[in-house]
Structures are given as C-alpha cells and as structure tokens.
Design a protein around this ligand. Sequence first.
Ligand SMILES: Nc1nc2c(ncn2[C@@H]2O[C@H](COP(=O)(O)OP(=O)(O)OP(=O)(O)O)[C@@H](O)[C@H]2O)c(=O)[nH]1
Ligand SMILES: [Mg+2]
Length: 244
Amino acid sequence: MTSKVEMVSVVIPTLNEAGNILEAVSTIHNDLSYPKEIIVVDGNSTDGTKEIVQGLDYCRLIVEPRRGYGLALMTGMKNAKGNIIVMVDGDGTYEVRHINRMITKMIEKDVDMVLATRMYDPNKAMGIMNFLGNKVITTFYDFFYAQFLSDTQSGFRAISHQAIDNVELKASDMAYATEMLMQFAKEGYTMLEVPTTYKSRKYGRPKLRRFKSGIEIFTTMVRGILDADTIRKCQENWKKNRFK
Ligand SMILES: Nc1nc2c(ncn2[C@@H]2O[C@H](COP(=O)(O)OP(=O)(O)OP(=O)(O)O)[C@@H](O)[C@H]2O)c(=O)[nH]1
Ligand SMILES: [Mg+2]
C-alpha cells in the first residue's frame, strides 16, 4: 500500500547511453512534480555517459561495474531514499513524462506497484519479435501467477520501497523484471497498469539478447511454479485482492 508521497527515487540503469541519457534525466528533473532524487547506475560505460551524468548537479551517479540490468537496479534501489522508487531505462524509449500519472494512480488506488504498459501504444513502436515474446511471457505469467497484466516486460514502474525491500530478488539480468512480478504476486502486493507510449531507440545499441533473456525468464517462471507454495499463495492473494 502506498498512500502518500514522501520522496520519489528514480533509478536509471545505463550502459553506453551517451546519446540518450541527458534528455531522459533533464525531462524527469523538469517534469516530475514530487520531491525527488535521480540516481543513475552506470555499468562503467565507455562512451561518455558517466561524464555527462557527473556534470549534472541534480543527478547522483553510482558506478556498478558488475554486468547485468538486474544488478544495476538492485544497487540503485539499495541506495534510494524515497518511499516510492521509479525504475526506468536511460535509453529514451519510455515516455518519462508519464511518471506523474503513475504516481498519482499509485496513491489514488493505494497499490504497491504501477507499471506503464506499452501494449495500447497507438504508434506500435515495439518490434514484432519483442512484441510476440512479451505476449507469450505475459500470458504464461498471468495464467500461473493469477494476474491480469498486459506488459510484464515493461521496465518502467513505480514501486513501493517497503514492498521491494520485502521480497528477495536474485536474477541479475533481464529476468529481474519478471522475478519481481512473481514475488509481488506471491506476497499479495497489488499491481496496476497505466498506458504509456513508446519510442524506438535513437542512439546506441540494445543490450537485450532476446534468446538468452527469453530462456532466463522462462526458467525463472518455471522454477517459481515448481515451488508448491507459490501457486497456492498467488491464487489465495487473487481472491483476497480482486475486489479491492
Ligand atoms: N548499469 C547497467 N545498465 C544496463 C546493463 N544492461 C542494460 N542496461 C541499461 O538498462 C536499460 C535497458 O536495456 P536496453 O538495452 O534498453 O534493453 P531493451 O529495452 O530491451 O532494448 P531496446 O529495445 O534497445 O530499448 C538501458 O538503459 C541500458 O543502458 C548493465 O549491464 N549495466
Ligand atoms: Mg530499452
């Protein structure tokens, strides 16, 4: 439950995002209307990303030399002081102006997580392979973990700090986002989506290795399902939360 905003900690993982990061952080700095801190967790980029962030007095830079999207987010969240944490990519693909409406929804509905879903984006900017992979993973997740999400692979989320501290996450790379949703369903934390728009990357290369990440995500989900307690708890939580 999140009933008020004390501070929003925006955590942004970056790996060689020099062409994208300034627009992302300056938009958040100018647009986000709640008390905030902006934390960039950089994986030792070699393209000048670190230097750009270091030059901004409104951003905190943390260097996390260990590889992995999940590890970068874990490190950032450990250092976050806000009662709400927003995770978002530093590659300019998400509409960061929508953070305000995610936080508003979170407070209004008193939920533990709000995800920005890209599935209603009229521009359909997500590539066909990512779209199909996402659909398969999301259908599987919704069925086994008793949820009704449309975009489990969204990396743009507002999360209760207390809730995320309470779950154990181990996935160091792209499966991190899915593992978080599995643990939230198991613990009975409430989740909602708000629609957002999406853009394809302007600069730099994707770090996502589709096949490897797909395997990791499925292995993580199946491991959860094989734990007898998980499915029972998810179903019980669904019954408890459905009319909230
Ligand atoms: N610190 C850190 N950041 C990473 C690492 N891998 C990816 N990132 C960042 O995490 C975010 C998500 O990675 P992306 O490469 O955009 O993956 P994606 O969103 O699936 O791919 P696109 O379709 O190109 O956007 C980006 O801001 C990356 O720069 C890593 O090992 N360490
Ligand atoms: Mg991206």
